[in-house]
Ligand binder design. Structure first.
Ligand SMILES: O=C[C@H](O)COP(=O)(O)O
Length: 241
C-alpha cells in the first residue's frame, strides 16, 4: 500500500518566530484533512527544535533539508543524522537539485547521505529530475535512471520517498503537465525493487493544480516549495480533493 506524503520544503525561509506563527495559522486548518495523509514540514536547521516542540501531537512530521553521511567529525557547516533525530526529525530531503547545483552534491554523495539517513532512523526523500535542456534533448528518462540507480545502491527501499522534481518547474510557476509527471513517475517506479515506494511530484505545486496532480494514479504526494510558506495555501494543498 503506497503512502501519501505531502511535504513542504521551506528552503532558507522562516526564523523560529515565523515558524511558530505559521503553525498558529496552519494547525487549525487540518481538522478535515483525510486520514492517511502524512504531512511533513522540512524547515531550516535553526527552526527544527522549535517546530518539534510546538507540534503537541499534531499530525505533522518534522523534516530537514540535508544530512552528512558521517556521525560526527571536522565538517564545518554539516549536520549528522543523530543530531537531527535528537531534534525530533523524521524525514530528510536528499539530493535536491539546489544541493546538486550549488553545493556539489553528486549521485555518489547523495547515495552516502541516503544510507546515513536510514542508519539514523530517518526517512530520506530522494529528489531526482532533469533540466530544461536535458528534457528538450530527450534525456529525461536516461538521466533519471542514472540518478535512481546510482543513488539507490544499497539503500533500503522500504524506508524511502522519492520526489520527481523537473528542475525547469521549480520556483518558475511552470508546472509539468500532470499526465507527463505521471508518466515519468511510472517510469521511476519500474526501476525500483519495491513498487510501493511513495513517489511525489515537486515543481510549482499550488492550490490551483494540486487536485489534478494528485488525481494521477502514479503520483503519491507532493514536495512543495513556495506554496508551503503560506499556511492557507499549504493547507489547501494537504487538503487536496
Ligand atoms: O522542494 C521543492 C521544490 O524545489 C519545488 O519548489 P516550488 O514549489 O517553489 O516550485
Amino acid at each position: 500500500m503506497r503512502k501519501i506524503v505531502i511535504a513542504g520544503n521551506w528552503k532558507m525561509y522562516k526564523t523560529q518566530g515565523e515558524t511558530l506563527d505559521f503553525l498558529r495559522h496552519f494547525l487549525g486548518q487540518l481538522a478535515d484533512t483525510p486520514d492517511g495523509r502524512e504531512i511533513v514540514l522540512c524547515a531550516p536547521f535553526t527552526a527544527l527544535g522549535a517546530l518539534s516542540k510546538s507540534l503537541h501531537g499534531a499530525r505533522i512530521r518534522v523534516g530537514a533539508q540535508n544530512i552528512h553521511w558521517l556521525p560526527e567529525g571536522a565538517f564545518t557547516g554539516e549536520i549528522s543524522g543523530d543530531m537531527l533525530r535528537e531534534l525530533g526529525v523524521r524525514y530528510v530531503i536528499v539530493g535536491h537539485s539546489e544541493r546538486r547545483q550549488y553545493f556539489g552534491d553528486t549521485d555518489e554523495t547523495v547515495n552516502l547521505r541516503l544510507k546515513a539517513a536510514q542508519k539514523s532512523g530517518l526517512t530520506p526523500i530522494l529528489c531526482v529530475g532533469e533540466t530544461k535542456s536535458q528534457r528538450d534533448a530527450g534525456e529525461t528518462e536516461s538521466l533519471i535512471a542514472t540518478q535512481i540507480e546510482k543513488g539507490l545502491v544499497d539503500v533500503d527501499q522500504n524506508n524511502l520517498v522519492i520526489a520527481y522534481e523537473p528542475i525547469w518547474a521549480i520556483g518558475t510557476g511552470d508546472t509539468c503537465e500532470a499526465a507527463d509527471a505521471n508518466q515519468v513517475i511510472g517510469g521511476i517506479r519500474k526501476l525500483l525493487k519495491n513498487p510501493d515506494v511513495t513517489i511525489q511530484y515537486g515543481g510549482s505545486v499550488k492550490p490551483s493544480n494540486v487536485d489534478e496532480l494528485m488525481a494521477q494514479p502514479e503520483i503519491d504526494g507532493a514536495l512543495v516549495g513556495g506554496a508551503s510558506l503560506e499556511p492557507e495555501s499549504f493547507a489547501r494543498i494537504v487538503n487536496f480533493q
